[in-house]
Design a protein around this ligand. Structure first.
Ligand code: ATP
Length: 190
């Protein structure tokens, strides 16, 4: 039996309800078997992950997906370390799991950059891209991706980090357990 799995790759710095919401919608609308959250490995000097290690981001993702039996984690890129091209990752995953039909979820903010992705034409032979709507972005592309118009869920990791830095609450933008972990470890505070 062929399994149908969608990958949601991201920095997840931190994971938020927008990620969980699009993942759940895609799972249901496409009648998939599994959604796999795949945190990127980010070199420590990259500004986006200042103040938080790969391990801690992974831990936050683990907490975020806890309790949803069709949400899983893909640690391939984290374990490999360093920046990875999605093409290389998906080539490896398709080799490892031959009886699987892979989908790859991206928000509309990423859709506009698809032409710049490494070996995009070959990547598109390995996965079906699912582009989902995101506040402030058009879901426009010449590539044959599957477009899902979801109600907008206007939350972003960068917005959350900025909010914390400004000493404002991010409660209800992230799952409760993620909220408490961020607070306890004082992530993103300065
Ligand atoms: P940042 O604000 O730091 O850029 P982000 O909120 O976009 O982060 P990522 O981990 O980079 O979070 O996102 C992973 C994937 O989820 C990307 O494809 C992104 O477009 C998508 N995504 C994130 N948040 C939303 C949202 N609220 N609605 C739709 N797509 C989203």
């Amino acid at each position: 039996m062929t399994k149908r799995i969608a990958i949601l790759g991201g920095t997840f710095n931190p994971p938020h309800l927008g990620h969980l919401y699009i993942a759940e919608q895609v799972f249901e609308m496409l009648n998939l078997d599994e959604i796999r959250f795949m945190p990127n490995a980010v070199p420590p000097h990259k500004k986006v992950t200042e103040g938080i290690s790969d391990e801690n981001r992974v831990e936050l993702v683990r907490k975020a997906i806890e309790g949803n039996s069709h949400f899983k984690m893909e640690l391939y890129e984290i374990e490999k370390g360093g920046a990875s091209y999605t093409y290389d990752t998906m080539l490896e995953l398709t080799k490892r799991e031959p009886n699987t039909e892979f989908y790859f979820i991206i928000g509309a903010d990423m859709v506009e950059f698809l032409p710049k992705w490494y070996k995009i034409d070959r990547l598109m032979e390995l996965v079906t891209f699912i582009g989902v709507t995101r506040s402030g972005f058009q879901l426009n592309t010449d590539y044959p991706i599957k477009k899902l118009e979801l109600p907008l869920f206007d939350v972003s990791s960068s917005g959350i980090r900025a909010q914390i830095k400004a000493d404002k609450s991010v409660r209800y933008m992230v799952p409760d357990n993620v909220y408490y972990a961020i607070k306890e470890c004082r992530f993103y505070e300065s």
